[in-house]
Design a protein around this ligand. Structure first.
Ligand SMILES: Cc1cc2nc3c(=O)[nH]c(=O)nc-3n(C[C@H](O)[C@H](O)[C@H](O)COP(=O)(O)OP(=O)(O)OC[C@H]3O[C@@H](n4cnc5c(N)ncnc54)[C@H](O)[C@@H]3O)c2cc1C
Length: 347
């Protein structure tokens, strides 16, 4: 193993914690800084879908990245075992009007995936409570899911057990570490040591937890909303509001999301729900910046857009390889922060 390094990780979201754990497991001395409470970030509000297939089809920014997204997902079983979180592998089903289903089915097939056409009876079994309007669905088993809050809690516990130290305060620089891993989500306050952060832009997202229905079925991808199981509830997500970096809940954005969810599951229309908002960080090519920054000793793990949970173990692997001078694997170059034109000095 390379020399034991003293590493500061800024940010205790999915990317920061997964990376901190990988670094601690590699024998390094890791301190994580974050001023926020443990679940109070984008990772804590997320739906937890590990969805290479439907993200590639439904989000044009992800379409060219299917191979990378699948590779990230395939690192999850090891993380599942390491932190003791349950990965739900039941799959996801698209439900909607004929043209939406044709787009989902055609998009999956054009990417070389193998969706299954479901008739109403099978659909009911996988998505109990689905509105009778929907007689057909398109199922893909490639998409998995975790419970995001539980995963964040499990990651933190695994980090602590591995010797990671937590400080509930912001990192303003290296904080005494030899390396600084910047995993601060959409925040740009460390731009002084990482000018690359100026390439990030925020995308606000609202998400609802409906207490009207304890849904236990597969992920449902509809038009204007997706639905996932949640402990004793149902999650309805999510809005995409580019340029917004506040976390206020805006009733005018919640209303169409709730309406789209109620077209799938009418039970949620009048029931109680809790709304929250998170801010995703995005780059112009839809991929995160992962790897060495321009300034010596700085490593970036930011910009995961809609797929931070999916990408977390891949991000962690690449950062750990940067620290140990090990093999970063075939996707490191695609995620290299230097692709935005800022060359590395004295890496
Ligand atoms: C509504 C919604 C639904 C989503 N659903 C999914 C999904 O189903 N699947 C999926 O894969 N992704 C999903 N995402 C995206 C995913 O949540 C993000 O990509 C991911 O959480 C990013 O993780 P992160 O660690 O980069 O950032 P964050 O989770 O935002 O964590 C960054 C942390 O850095 C801290 N920080 C900021 N500045 C400093 C500083 N100076 N020093 C120390 N700490 C600092 C913050 O307090 C914060 O805790 C969703 C996002 C939203 C908003």
């Amino acid at each position: 193993m390379a020399k034991r390094a003293k590493i500061t990780v800024a940010g205790a979201g999915a990317l920061g914690l997964t990376t901190a754990l990988a670094l601690a497991d590699a024998g390094h001395s890791v301190t994580v800084f974050d001023p926020a409470s443990p679940l109070d970030n984008a990772s804590g509000v997320a739906a937890g879908m590990l969805a290479p297939a439907f993200e590639s089809v439904l989000d044009p920014a992800a379409t060219p990245q299917l191979d990378l997204l699948l590779a990230a997902r395939d690192l999850w079983p090891a993380l599942e075992t390491r932190i003791g979180v349950v990965v739900d592998r039941a799959g996801a089903v698209a439900v909607g009007e004929a043209d939406f289903l044709a787009r989902a089915d055609g998009g999956l097939r054009s990417l070389g995936l193998h969706p299954t056409d479901l008739a109403r009876k099978a659909l009911e079994g996988l998505a109990p409570g689905l509105a009778p309007t929907w007689g057909r669905g398109v199922l893909i088993r490639e998409d998995w899911r975790i419970e995001a809050g539980a995963a964040l809690t499990a990651l933190r516990a695994a980090c602590e057990a591995a010797g990671v130290i937590f400080r509930q305060e912001p990192a303003r620089g290296f904080e005494g570490g030899e390396r600084l891993v910047i995993a601060t989500g959409a925040a740009r306050d460390l731009a002084v040591v990482a000018p690359e952060l100026s390439a990030l832009s925020p995308i606000k997202g609202h998400i609802l937890r409906s207490q009207a229905y304890a849904y236990e079925g597969v992920v449902v991808r509809g038009e204007g909303a997706y639905v996932t199981a949640a402990p004793g509830a149902m999650t309805l997500g999510a809005t995409m509001q580019p340029g917004r970096d506040d976390r206020d809940v805006d009733p005018e954005d919640v209303a169409p999301l709730l309406a789209a969810g109620a077209r799938l599951f009418p039970q949620v229309a009048d029931g109680p729900y809790a709304a929250s908002a998170g801010v995703r960080a995005a780059t112009t090519d839809g991929l995160p910046m992962v790897g060495r920054g321009r300034h010596h000793g700085v490593l970036l793990a930011v910009g995961a857009r809609r797929n931070g949970w999916l990408l977390a173990p891949l991000v962690a692997r690449i950062i750990a390889a940067c620290v140990t001078e090990g093999e970063a694997g075939p996707y490191a170059q695609r995620l290299d922060p230097a692709r935005f034109g800022m060359t590395s000095e004295a890496k």
